[in-house]
Design a protein around this ligand. Sequence first.
Ligand code: SF4
Length: 92
Amino acid sequence: MRFVYAWTARAKCLGEPVQVFDAETVRRNGGTKLARKLCAGCPVMRECAQFALDTDAVAVVQAGVILGSKPSLDKSPTRKKLRLIASGDMAA
Ligand code: SF4
């Protein structure tokens, strides 16, 4: 199998149903604590955080962060957290 982004081949969530990472589902079932648990120990968390920043990902959990609607992603707390994770200065 060939991956568009090579790092995704090492993702902890590879093969998981996408619904598991749906932002609203995660919010209803544990919020930030669940988001962190889903991504805990993922070997490509930094790449995932950078991907979220590059693509303005919304409505999903990436790098242990719940990404809401686009406006919230653009606001500093979420973006700042993703930048820190992407730089390796902070785990989710
Ligand atoms: S950090 Fe989370 S969403 Fe990103 S690749 Fe890893 S398990 Fe998947």
